[in-house]
Design a protein around this ligand. Sequence first.
Ligand code: ATP
Ligand code: PAF
Ligand code: BAL
Length: 372
Amino acid sequence: MSRLVNGARSFSTTASSLLADATMASQSVRQPSSFQVFRDAPSIRGLRRQLLQNDRSVGFVPTMGALHEGHLSLIRHAARENTDIFVSIYVNPTQFGVTEDLSSYPRTWDTDVEKLEKLNEELERLGENSASPGRITALFAPTSKVMYPGLPPSSEVDGHGSFVTITPLSTKLEGGSRPVFFRGVATVCMKLFNITTPDRVYFGQKDVQQTVVIKRMVEDFHVGTEMRIIETTREHDGLALSSRNVYLGDRRRAVGLTIYKALKAAEDVYLAGKTSRADILGAARNVAETVLSRQQSLSPSERALYEVDYISLADPDTLDELEVVDPAKGAVLSTAFKMAPLEESKPGENCGLGDGKVPVRLIDNLILAPRA
Ligand SMILES: Nc1ncnc2c1ncn2[C@@H]1O[C@H](COP(=O)(O)OP(=O)(O)OP(=O)(O)O)[C@@H](O)[C@H]1O
Ligand SMILES: CC(C)(CO)[C@@H](O)C(=O)[O-]
Ligand code: BAL
């Protein structure tokens, strides 16, 4: 397959996306051999047209890069039911609020390309003995000028632009702390879906509210694609993989596991037969508060502090908060922790990328499955 970088152009809009595009350009050194890289819409559309004419199916996996096993798991699922997989890497400025971490979001082009190449080798080996030999054939890595051709992309709540807004879903949970987040996500996903016209799209359960918003968008706008939601990939101890975890370091990584422990405690209560909000969320809050007060009693060089943004027990379709879980329907248990920067580090301590100074937002959720 060709080693072309298709339609490579370098435009920029706001300072942040200028930085993002420049970072991308400076990192776009490694070129893959088993799939093509596309930087603009007409070129990837050309490939899509050819595939359609040859009765091939496309599974699309949108990402913001800094790829980890969670992303690879989405691609492996896509490989089981499509001949061709399109992956996108684009750090979308409009989903970051003006004070959020757009400029520090991890960008790791070379290792991302390497991981995708290795995965293609794995898929090729699997394909020899299976009926579903899907492969990555395209990596779409557009510039912001390609994605936002008309205007500089705005991250202001009242900023101008062509936006897709899905309310009230987008205002709940994550939307409470990140008011432009789902407007940005829905808008960029609509653009990506319009460009790639995939048969199926793959999203991770880890970002549960994102799956609910995109599912609603696909239904309400009659987007001609099927949506697949893939279970959360976790570390051995349960911490959900996330691109931002590289900023945690050892101390915040250990304390950050509380997010999973709190959810598990709440799930245990539901599995034991309780259905009330007070019982279920009480168990999660108890874990979160106990760990936090223990951390607060330690010295600044020993502790890692956090703030619980929300702990939610919500309806799986509307994300409305529930007082009681209907066991026939189940619920979504979700939470967000804001891990504060370390106050003091110890000599030789692994404080993570950014030396422990970058605040890290962790989100996680468990689905309380319906029971008879
Ligand atoms: N641990 C995971 N398991 C399964 N899917 C995941 C996991 N982490 C991310 N994904 C999915 O990968 C897709 C791209 O996500 P993204 O590139 O934002 O990575 P991320 O790890 O979620 O990063 P962030 O630090 O921004 O949360 C999304 O559909 C997301 O839900
Ligand atoms: C879906 C997405 C790629 C849109 O930018 C992003 O929100 C993500 O990576 O989850
Ligand atoms: N996976 C979510 C992307 C974000 O936090 O911006």
